[in-house]
Design a protein around this ligand. Structure first.
Ligand SMILES: C[S@@+](CC[C@H](N)C(=O)[O-])C[C@H]1O[C@@H](n2cnc3c(N)ncnc32)[C@H](O)[C@@H]1O
Length: 236
C-alpha cells in the first residue's frame, strides 16, 4: 500500500519502464498528467479510479496524493518523462514524506536525451559536445542568458517554444554565434513528431506554428542529424 511516483516516458507508450507498467497494471487509483500516453492510462485495471491531474492545482494534487495514500490504496502518480526532471515530482514526494505516507519513485525516460535522440540528435558526441545543460525556458527574461551563451556543449530548453525568438536573441546578444545549429522537436517519439532545424538566428521563425510539447536543442550536435536521420529512416 503506497504511492508510486512513476515516470511515463516521453510520449511513445512503449518507453515506460517494465517496473512502471507493472505498477500501473496493479493500481487502485491512477492520477495522470494530460500529456502521458492515453494507452498507458488504459493499462490500469478497468475498475481503477482515474483522475486527470491537469484540472487541479499543484497543492491540490499534493493533498490528493496524501489523502489517497492514507486511505491505503495503491496509487500510481503517472508523470510525463521522469518525475524529477521539471516534473514537480520532488514537491509531491516532499508532501508525502511530510505527511508520513509511504511512497516510492520509479524513474522514467526523460525527454531530455530521448526526444532529441529519437529525432537523430545525440545530445553529447565525442569531439563535438561533452556537456549538456537542461534548463526551463518558460520565463526567458529570468534566465542568465550570459552564462547560458558561454556554457560549453549542448543546450536543451524545456518549455521554450513560446519564448524561442527572445531566447535566441538573448543568447546571440551574449555571444552565442547566430549560426549555431538549432532544432525544435515537437511531440517527440510519437507518430506526430515534427522536427525543424535551422541556425540559432533563424530557428524561431522556422519553428513557427509547431505544436507543444516541444524541446529546443542548441549546439553543434544538431548538425549530426543530417547523417543519422537518413540511416534511421531507411532502416525503419
Ligand atoms: C513540465 S516539462 C516535463 C518534463 C518531463 N518530466 C521529462 O522528464 O521529460 C514539459 C516539457 O518537456 C518537454 N517535453 C516533454 N515531452 C516531450 C516530447 N514528447 N516532445 C518534445 N518535448 C517534450 C517540453 O519542453 C515540455 O514543455
Amino acid at each position: 500500500m503506497t504511492v508510486w511516483l512513476v515516470g511515463a516516458g516521453p510520449g511513445d507508450p512503449g518507453l515506460i519502464t517494465v517496473k512502471g507498467l507493472e505498477r500501473v497494471r496493479a493500481c487502485d487509483v491512477i492520477v495522470y498528467d494530460r500529456l502521458v500516453a492515453p494507452e498507458l492510462v488504459d493499462e490500469a485495471p478497468h475498475d481503477a479510479l482515474r483522475i486527470e491531474r491537469d484540472r487541479l492545482e499543484q497543492d491540490e494534487v499534493n493533498e490528493l496524493l496524501v489523502a489517497l495514500g492514507r486511505r491505503g490504496d495503491d496509487v500510481v502518480r503517472l508523470k510525463g518523462g521522469d518525475p524529477f526532471l521539471f516534473g514537480r515530482g520532488g514537491e509531491e514526494a516532499l508532501a508525502l514524506a511530510d505527511a508520513g505516507v509511504p511512497f516510492e519513485v520509479i524513474p522514467g525516460v526523460s525527454s531530455l536525451a530521448s526526444v532529441p535522440g529519437f529525432a537523430g540528435i545525440p545530445v553529447t558526441h565525442r569531439g563535438v559536445a561533452s556537456a549538456v545543460t537542461a534548463f526551463a525556458a518558460h520565463e526567458v527574461e529570468g534566465l542568465d542568458a550570459e552564462a547560458l551563451a558561454h556554457t560549453p556543449g549542448t543546450l536543451v530548453a524545456f518549455m521554450g517554444l513560446a519564448g524561442l525568438e527572445r531566447l535566441a536573441v538573448r543568447l546571440i546578444e551574449h555571444g552565442r554565434p547566430a549560426g549555431t545549429p538549432a532544432a525544435v522537436v515537437s511531440a517527440g517519439t510519437t507518430p506526430d513528431e515534427r522536427v525543424v532545424t535551422a541556425p540559432l538566428g533563424a530557428i524561431a521563425r522556422a519553428a513557427e506554428g509547431l505544436p507543444t510539447p516541444a524541446l529546443v536543442v542548441i549546439g553543434e550536435v544538431v548538425a549530426l542529424r543530417a547523417s543519422l536521420r537518413a540511416v534511421r529512416r531507411s532502416a525503419a
